[in-house]
Design a protein. Sequence first.
Length: 131
Amino acid sequence: LHSKRPIRISESLYFYRHREGSAMKNSNYHTKNMEDCLYVSKKLLTYSCSLNHTEEMWFTYRLRLLLKSCIQSAESLPFDDVKYLQSELRDFSVKAKQCGYSRIFDKTLYLAAYNIKLYFIILRIYKGLRG
């Protein structure tokens, strides 16, 4: 089952509830979320490239949110578990540019792709200053 083109749905599809035994309370939640967001964003980009879609703002925005969610989950994990994410982000950036998507990566995503450890350090300093 494949769609011919992506569409926008104005309805909310998910309502998250934190119940006992919920996946959101699982200790592996951040690892799974990081891996899943990266997997979904890669598949969306591959699918879009295969159809030769032009760059649309809503699609680049959605991919950017997926990648930022991935990085946000990675922040909660030990560094040894997420250092491969840097190369994954670089590969994603290269593939996106090859497909004609030049606006997915903003300054924060470029920093994470350049040096994920530096990104986490700057983020912690920023959060400390912000309070």
